[in-house]
Design a binder for this molecule. Structure first.
Ligand code: PLP
Length: 391
């Protein structure tokens, strides 16, 4: 078993999560960030990466030269094998485009496939860089809010989507599956319907599936490409989240439609992965299945602990256990406090940094998102500190 319980000191390592206090204060995440702060906001893990990745990167270091790199056949083969083994999805080598990060890929898609003023549909609450990519590029956000049921599960509003998809100004739909921040994994029926509506209305779909490998052990994730032949589908995938190598900026954009792919490549410009990213991807996809299985088991244990803790100590907090991702989306409205007061108790008094719900859409002021991929002792301390401020 891997040592996911071991606490590594990440301070003074240029980590956004542990050393980025001034940066995130300037972004308005928090007012307080000091040596006692527990940062559970950004989606990166406090676990060491799998040994085969470390060894592969060590070999690159041993070469002592880190020059421009070509992408070897093994890189493409490792991606193809992974998706075929895990999801029974056949990917053509020629459809894979390396991108220096998924957020970068989203921005490239926005620029490549829409014009200023065009509408882009997103399903809020939604990962903030989707909205930023749309607004910063002069496009228009078109909200197709997810609808919450009594069990705090989120679903598509298909009626609303039908209306918005029919508007010829709306050109692109950015889907997030598994969904950040709600943790939903959409069913094959839901996904088929999304593809069918998009196909009928000529909407290009960007399916951000970066969390696809990080799901509960009893959950099943279906890449959108496994349930539809829709040719205007672009899938974003990465080793960044799954294997905790976000700093390597290694994602892959799968585009089967040649015209769209050429457009994407011309807007992205020439990009090639670093020798470290190439080595890490090949090792991750070929040799780290067992590490990932153990990670999922550990994360499931953490979710179980959190579920027990919240129901015993903070029953006013409403949520459903995420089917996928390692984030938890919590509604604090049961305390009947202002969002400002909730924020103050968590960020300033408990000294735990999460992400305010309003970052995911202004309607979600009462929510907080926490990232749970840390040693359980850190997660426990964060929740205990928070509970103390609410009881
Ligand atoms: C849905 C989603 N897409 C993209 C990213 C970031 O991906 P990358 O580091 O590859 O840019 C995240 C990180 O949290 C995410 O949750």
């Amino acid at each position: 078993m891997q040592h996911f319980d071991t606490v590594l000191n990440r301070r003074n390592s240029n980590s956004v999560k542990w050393d980025g206090g001034e940066l995130i204060k300037s972004f308005g995440f928090t007012e307080r960030f000091d040596d006692d702060t527990l940062p559970l906001f950004i989606a990166d893990m406090d676990f060491p990466v799998a040994e085969p990745i470390v060894q592969a990167m060590q070999k690159v270091i041993d070469n002592k030269i880190f020059g421009y790199s070509i992408i070897p056949t093994e890189y493409y083969q490792a991606i193809k094998n992974w998706f075929s083994r895990k999801y029974n999805l056949h990917i053509e080598k020629d459809h894979i485009v390396y991108s220096p990060g998924t957020v970068n890929a989203i921005n490239t898609c926005v620029k490549a496939f829409t014009d200023p003023g065009d509408g882009i549909i997103i399903q809020r609450p939604s990962y903030p860089p989707f909205a930023t990519a749309i607004e910063n590029n002069g496009r228009t956000i078109v909200d197709n809010h997810l609808v919450r049921d009594e069990n705090y599960q989120y679903h598509f509003d298909f009626e609303d989507l039908e209306i918005k998809a029919q508007d010829p100004k709306n050109k692109l739909l950015i889907l997030c599956n598994p969904h950040n921040p709600t943790g939903r994994i959409f069913t094959t029926e839901e996904l088929r319907r999304i593809a069918e509506i998009s196909d009928r209305n000529n909407l290009i779909i960007i399916s951000d599936e970066i969390h696809g490998d990080l799901i509960r052990q009893n959950a099943v994730f279906h890449p959108l490409a496994t349930v539809t032949n829709y040719e205007n589908l672009i899938t974003l995938t990465a080793i960044n989240k799954t294997f905790n190598v976000a700093g390597l900026h290694c994602s892959n954009t799968i585009i089967q439609n040649e015209e769209l792919r050429k457009k994407y490549e011309s807007v992205q410009g020439m990009q090639s992965p670093t020798p470290f990213a190439i080595a890490a991807l090949i090792a991750a996809y070929n040799e780290c299945d067992e590490w990932l299985d153990q990670l999922k088991e550990y994360l499931d244990g953490t979710f179980e602990w959190v579920d027990r803790f919240l129901s015993e100590k903070m029953p006013q907090v409403k949520y459903s256990i995420s089917e996928g991702t390692y984030v938890l989306w919590m509604d604090f409205s049961g305390y009947n406090l202002t969002p400002h007061e909730v924020h103050d108790r968590i960020y300033n008094k408990a000294n735990v940094v999460l992400e305010d719900g309003k970052m995911f859409g202004k309607e979600y002021d009462d929510f907080q998102r926490i990232c749970l991929p840390s040693p359980r002792s850190i997660v426990k301390e964060a929740f205990e500190r928070i509970a103390k401020e609410f009881n």
